[in-house]
Design a protein around this ligand. Structure first.
Ligand code: CP
Length: 313
């Protein structure tokens, strides 16, 4: 039987995405279940993380699995020169599934090709962040009641922000209109604009960020300028504070518009916005738990029927 990885969002069909959202809805009702009792989950983080790692580990704990792993590759034998392949093969001896974050684009894909157990991509460089994407879809569906025909504004670092790259690809099933708001140095890369064109995804590019510009947004998806991806820190200094969302900019927003952000934030959302009814990024991060419980089940052969018929709650 082939194993079920969760590495690239573009490989998932519309049905699979909706199925995972449906499963996550069940976990939102009852997060604590023993569906993964006896399983071992490994979290291998070669890059820093708060939400992704802790929500994966919480998901594993709430499903009754045990967790092993590292939060800093320097404390593993990677510091002695062990290759990614050897690390993945070793951990595959011990665990049933690996959630990994790596700074190299394509690292999770490579790991999935060498590992005998499922690999979950918890972020690979500036490339993709598919588990964040699932929780973003879940949150959009939860707040808008649908994924279809929405105006989605992506703001900030669209060059290095892997979450927006994954979101574009996943939304191809749902007829979105994207608005890309970025300074020219951080514009959406050509490969993702070509992806939009080849999948009939409508998009408009802007550099201005003001209340008029965003008045017809259903979702305003803010992003952090990714300092760690810049080779020239002078360039980072030039663009780091280019956009900042404040309450006055939300005055003309649609009543049900929600502000999302994968977090962490630096300066791009003023703290005053946290109490604005449009702010939804804290709940969005909470949804990461339910989405990641669904991802573990998907990778380990637990079906929606198993979840619905679960007698462990
Ligand atoms: N959204 C996200 O990936 O956050 P962390 O870097 O804290 O995991």
């Amino acid at each position: 039987m082939s194993k079920q990885d969760f590495v690239n969002i573009q490989n998932l069909s519309e049905d699979t995405l909706l199925y995972l959202i449906r499963m996550a809805q069940e976990f939102e009702k009852h997060p604590n279940r023993e569906l993964l009792k006896g399983k071992v989950v490994a979290t291998l983080f070669y890059e820093p993380s708060t939400r992704t790692r802790l929500s994966f580990e919480t998901a594993a704990n709430r499903l009754g699995a045990r967790v092993i792993g590292f939060t800093d590759a320097k404390v593993s034998s990677v510091s002695k020169g062990e290759t990614l392949k050897d690390t993945i093969l070793m951990v595959s001896n011990y665990a049933d599934v690996i959630a990994m974050r790596h700074y190299i684009e394509g690292a999770a894909q490579y790991a999935s090709e060498v590992a005998p157990i499922p690999i979950i991509n918890a972020g690979d460089g500036a490339h993709q962040h598919p588990s964040q994407c699932l929780l973003d879809l879940y949150t959009i569906h939860q707040t808008q009641g649908t994924l279809n025909n929405l105006n989605i504004y992506l703001v900030g670092d669209l060059k290095y922000g892997r979450t927006v790259h994954s979101l574009i690809m996943a939304m191809r099933h749902f007829n979105p209109t994207f608005h890309f708001i970025a300074p020219k140095e951080l514009a959406m890369p050509t490969e993702y604009k070509l992806y939009c064109k080849s999948h009939n995804i409508k998009y408009v590019e802007h550099t201005a960020f003001n209340s008029k510009e965003i008045a017809d947004a259903d979702i305003l998806y803010m992003t952090r300028v990714q300092k760690e991806r810049f080779s020239d820190l002078m360039e980072y200094e030039r663009v780091k504070n280019v956009y900042r969302l404040t309450n006055d900019m939300l005055a003309d927003a649609k009543p049900n518009m929600k502000v999302l952000h994968p977090l962490p934030r630096v300066n791009e959302i003023a703290y005053e916005v946290d109490d604005n009814p449009h702010a939804y990024y804290i709940q969005q991060a909470k949804n990461g738990l339910y989405a990641r419980e669904a991802i573990f089940c998907y990778c380990l052969g637990i079906t929606l029927d198993d979840v619905l018929n679960d007698k462990t709650i």
